[in-house]
Design a protein around this ligand. Structure first.
Ligand SMILES: [Mg+2]
Ligand SMILES: [Zn+2]
Length: 175
């Protein structure tokens, strides 16, 4: 009998930035479900984490809403697409937190502020040492550092491991 993997993994919660981590980012902003395209292997990697006993939550800056490039209904359609793809792999995210504000709104949620991280920890009752945050930008890691969550840098441009490569490493599938 094997132990559930979460008993051996230090990480219980994996907090994921969205654009550039799960799906391809765009300098023009991702504005619709059609434009929301997963990075190769990212959905499967999230499903592997989920199967290993990790809980998943997405924490994403979406100032495109504040800029009126797209609305909440388009954003929710993107997240339904993500949820559908995850469900096909038997996985789910527990929550998607998003900041719709512009950078000059001075809100507490836009990363590098840590408001979304506080909220998800309070909502689900886990501590910083049980979590890791995966992001592709300095502001993701800065938000994580603000609440003492370990941050991992990934990317799809070859400078950093992809989400899939990092998950393989975490789960000991490859070195
Ligand atoms: Mg990003
Ligand atoms: Zn905000």
């Amino acid at each position: 009998m094997s132990l559930p993997l979460w008993q051996t993994l230090p990480v219980r919660w994996v907090l994921l930035d969205r654009d550039g981590v799960i799906n391809h980012d765009s300098s023009e902003y991702v504005r619709s479900a059609d434009q929301w395209r997963p990075i190769d292997g990212s959905i499967e990697a999230m499903a592997r984490l989920y199967a290993a006993g990790c809980k998943l939550a997405v924490v994403t800056n979406q100032s495109g809403i504040g800029r009126n490039y797209y609305g909440r209904s388009e954003l929710f359609a993107m997240h339904r697409k993500m949820a559908t793809l995850l469900a096909r792999q038997g996985a789910q995210v527990e929550a998607v937190l998003f900041c719709p504000h512009l950078a000059d709104a001075d809100c507490d949620c836009r990363k590098p502020a840590a408001g979304m991280l506080h909220r998800v920890m309070n909502c689900f009752g886990f501590s910083a040492d049980q979590a890791v945050l995966v992001g592709d930008a300095e502001r993701d890691l800065a938000a994580a550092a603000e609440v003492d969550i370990n941050g991992v840098r990934v990317g799809d441009a070859g400078d950093y491991p992809t989400l899939a490569e990092w998950v393989d490493r975490l789960l000991g599938i490859t070195q």
